[in-house]
Design a protein around this ligand. Structure first.
Ligand SMILES: Cc1cc2nc3c(=O)[nH]c(=O)nc-3n(C[C@H](O)[C@H](O)[C@H](O)COP(=O)(O)OP(=O)(O)OC[C@H]3O[C@@H](n4cnc5c(N)ncnc54)[C@H](O)[C@@H]3O)c2cc1C
Length: 388
């Protein structure tokens, strides 16, 4: 793995940082307070501002209208955006990861032609729906059903905690087409709300407040048979593949949030004076800064290792889970230390530190908890699955 960024990647990082400083950082705190969650038109407008730099369809092949970036470059983009406004980072990651990746690999030519241009043009906002009120980590037990009726499948069930759910035009939905077959009875559907309506409701939560997180209710929702993604009974396999990329993205996001907290802490430790000198000269403050630097650099190495394997098209269950588990927990610790360094100002809404902390706290759950990631790392290491 090459550790140094190449010239193009360095330039991308610089341009992304400049775009964030000009367009996103100035609005982030205000929007975070005002928009719980972002309305669809504002979310789309913000994504359109980011799109020219490669934020939408980042790693999708250029022949399909994507930017064809390598995964390290994608990491740079997502890290910089999450350093600025992590809620918007999640909106963008979900737009990229819900449909495009799997569609590119597994979609029929007709599906690709029908959906990819609209997703890239942001005419269709996407979400991915697996979690249910009674089924979280144990995704293989999903209760949402899809029953064949002529040339349609009829979906019934409820999904919960779905990022972008309320503003989505397309939901990629995992449903059981045959309970008796267990994981081989789960199928993945592209549900286009315009032709297959479903109800949504926003849920309020601690952090990442501007990213819509929603309940989706499917009541006799008729989805054309042609909208099966992959094949019948292949949904669980597709979900496991999707997770590799999405978990790596969660690690990129966490690294970006922690970097924002570190940058703020460095500035504050240099400027804030107590006992007649900058607090940055106190060794206990220096220890917290050092701990944050070591942890953030470690998280970055871990997620870039997963990126390196993804770019080569190799499987990376161990690496994606290591990156996700380490980076999401690391960001909670780093943002907490940053608050400590800022004293009482750290918990004030006049500073972004409390936002960083709340946002970091959300990411251990999304796309598999820390406990689940550890079980995957152990399974890949020991060769003995804990899931029975
Ligand atoms: C910000 C955010 C965004 C999300 N976005 C989406 C989305 O877009 N789409 C979607 O489908 N879902 C989404 N989710 C849901 C997320 O995937 C689930 O929260 C997650 O899978 C855990 O499920 P759960 O919350 O039901 O917890 P549970 O599975 O009920 O777990 C509760 C606790 O038990 C532990 N646990 C469970 N099983 C085991 C085990 N075998 N061994 C040890 N410990 C175990 C867990 O680690 C956890 O601590 C999102 C969640 C959040 C917070």
């Amino acid at each position: 793995m090459i550790l140094e960024l190449n010239e193009e990647q360095k330039m991308l990082q610089k341009t992304a940082r400049e775009l964030m400083e000009k367009e996103i950082i100035p609005i982030a705190d205000d929007y975070d307070r005002k928009y719980r969650p972002l309305p669809r038109d504002i979310a789309v407008d913000l994504m359109k501002k980011l799109a020219p730099l490669g934020y939408i369809g980042s790693v999708l092949a250029q022949e399909y209208g994507g930017h064809g970036l390598d995964f390290i470059s994608y990491g740079i983009l997502i890290e910089e955006l999450s350093r600025a406004y992590a809620s918007l980072g999640l909106v963008v990651v979900v737009q990229n990861e819900s449909l495009l990746t799997t569609l590119f690999k597994e979609g029929t030519p007709e599906q690709k032609q029908k959906f990819i241009p609209k997703v890239l043009a942001l005419e269709k906002v996407c979400c991915l729906a697996s979690t249910e009120p009674d089924v979280g980590s144990g995704a293989r037990d999903i209760k949402t059903t899809a029953v064949l009726s002529g040339s349609y499948y009829v979906l019934n069930g409820t999904k919960i905690w779905i990022s972008n759910g309320h503003i989505a035009d397309i939901a990629v939905v995992f449903a059981s087409t045959d309970r008796s077959k267990g994981t081989l009875g789960i199928t993945c559907f592209i549900v286009d709300r315009a032709e297959s309506p479903f109800a949504t409701r926003d849920l309020l939560h601690l952090g990442l407040r501007s990213c819509p997180t929603s309940e989706l209710v499917f009541e006799d929702c008729r989805v054309p048979k042609d909208n099966i993604l992959g094949s019948l009974g292949e949904g669980y396999r597709l979900a496991l593949q999707d997770f590799l990329q999405i978990r790596t993205c969660m690690a990129m996001m966490s690294t970006g949030i922690a970097q924002a907290a570190l940058d703020a802490s460095i500035k504050y430790a240099r400027e804030r004076r107590q006992f007649g000198r900058p607090i940055g000269t106190f060794q206990l403050i220096q220890e917290m800064i050092a701990d944050m630097v070591i942890a953030i650099e470690s998280a970055r190495f871990l997620y870039r290792q997963a990126c390196y394997l993804l770019s080569k098209g190799e499987s990376c269950f161990r690496e994606a889970s290591m990156a996700k588990a380490f980076a999401t927990e690391m960001a909670i610790g780093a943002t907490s230390k940053a608050i400590e360094i800022h004293g009482a100002y750290g918990v004030s809404e006049e500073y972004p530190l409390e936002r960083y902390f709340r946002d970091a706290r959300m990411l251990t759950f999304a796309d598999g908890t820390t406990e689940i990631q550890k079980l995957i790392v152990s399974r890949e290491t020991l060769g003995m699955p804990a899931f029975v």
